[in-house]
Design a protein around this ligand. Structure first.
Ligand SMILES: Cc1ncc(COP(=O)(O)O)c(C=O)c1O
Length: 405
């Protein structure tokens, strides 16, 4: 059993296995114990009086959670829907689009595969086409991202899917500028902010997209299955969830239809959403404020990246202003053509060895379009600088016997 470096002083709040150096908050988040306790209390309330909970209590509790989210991400309440994850939020938007023959859907080679797959399925049915822009990695500047996306626009581009922070490469896109340029060309925008809330300050109103979705179970460390979708007033009329519930035929004077439809999409465990205010408060208090926590994690991401680049003898792949609280480094060796994310095993043998020989959990994957092998670190409150130093030593050891690409 290797001697693991200590995580930060905040790690005591998490259930994370102390025998693993956990450097992958980005994939599934990690929820601290006090937030899980809060969710348990809502779950107990639900199970004590189920009918009262679902018919009377849940709406005001969801309204309280919605207010907390709206304040946190800078949007109005009326277009804010809770959904279990970004995958389903993106599918919901696509289902409402009414794509036409010949429409082009603009994506890029750093987008999350689930979102591209759902667009591809919709395109097949409607005769639309998915067009993929290529964004270089290493990425010299925000301008390079902006220009790569805009150069793939044509008169047929109907909608653009853009990550606010990309999954494989952890790039913070210049999202407000991109939305502005695309709007000027009459193109709708669907922003995949899966990683944005909690990593960077967020003001959706200022970005002004048509649709913005994000996960709260990632960086705000809410319970699993907590995401939101915000729909711009221009697109709200007639916008519906994928499934209509037993309440969908009802008209109510006291609540708008958008909220009624999305607040109840059938029997489910809604308690994760109810614990959102608890998570935002708990996480925000760890370092004194959300700004302080984000700044701490951002500084750690830059430090962690520098430690890894020094060990690998390479330059950072992006300027610092494209980094949030994750960072991706290019690792010697060829990336897997599959992307390296198939479940059932850790596909890249380097990831397998980091787990087996060093007890480090960190993703090693690839950008298949560019043949790069990548490693992405995450920096959350529970991580420490010593953990990235330990990873750097482990990487040097594991890469030494590999043939140079
Ligand atoms: C950029 C991006 N979009 C979407 C998703 C999908 O999130 P979920 O699995 O919660 O639907 C992820 C997940 O890691 C992601 O990184």
């Amino acid at each position: 059993m290797p001697n693991l470096p200590p995580p930060s002083r905040h790690a005591r709040h998490w259930l994370l296995n102390p025998e693993i150096a956990f450097l992958n908050h980005g994939s599934y988040g990690a929820c601290p114990r006090p937030v899980l306790d809060a969710q348990d209390r809502y779950r107990d309330e639900m199970e004590r009086e189920l009918v009262k909970f679902f018919m009377i209590d849940v709406e005001p509790l969801l309204d309280r959670a919605r207010q907390a989210v709206a304040d946190f991400v800078g949007c109005d309440l009326q277009g804010l829907a809770f959904l279990p994850n970004v995958t389903q939020a993106v599918a919901t938007v696509i289902d409402n689009l009414e794509l036409r023959q010949g429409d082009e859907i603009l994506v890029n080679d750093h987008e999350y595969s689930a979102c591209i797959s759902t667009f591809t399925k919709a395109a097949k049915r409607s005769g639309a086409h998915v067009v993929k822009a290529s964004i270089p990695f290493p990425t010299p500047s925000a301008d390079a991202i902006h220009d790569a996306v805009m150069s793939a626009v044509t008169p047929r581009t109907r909608i653009a899917l853009l990550s606010h922070i990309t999954s494989p490469t952890a790039l913070v896109f210049p999202i407000a500028r991109l939305v502005e340029s695309l709007r000027a060309r009459g193109i709708e925008t669907l922003i995949d902010g899966a990683h944005a809330p909690g990593q960077i300050p967020l003001d959706i109103r200022a970005i002004n997209p048509h649709y913005y979705t994000a996960n709260l179970h990632k960086w705000p460390s809410c319970p699993k299955g907590t995401a939101f979708l915000w729909v711009h007033p221009e697109r709200r009329e007639g916008f519906e969830p994928l499934a209509l519930s037993a309440r969908a035929h009802l008209t109510r004077a006291d609540r708008d239809r958008f909220r009624c439809l999305f607040d109840y999409i059938g029997t489910d465990d809604y308690t994760g959403f109810l614990a959102i205010p608890d998570a935002l408060e708990f996480m925000g208090a760890l370092e004194g404020s959300w700004d302080a926590l984000r700044n701490r994690n951002h500084t750690l991401a830059l430090e962690g990246r520098r430690i890894l680049c020094d060990a690998l003898g390479c330059d950072p792949a992006t300027p610092d202003d494209l980094v949030g609280t994750m960072a991706t480094v290019i690792v010697p060796g060829a990336g897997l053509p599959s992307g390296g994310t198939a479940p059932g095993k850790y596909e890249d043998p380097l990831q397998e060895r980091l787990v087996a020989n060093h007890r480090i959990q960190v993703p090693v994957w690839s950008l298949p379009s560019q043949g790069r092998r990548l490693l992405r670190i995450s920096c959350q409150a529970y991580n420490s600088r010593e953990q990235y130093e330990y990873l750097a030593r482990a990487l040097k050891q594991e890469l030494a016997p590999e043939p140079r690409a």
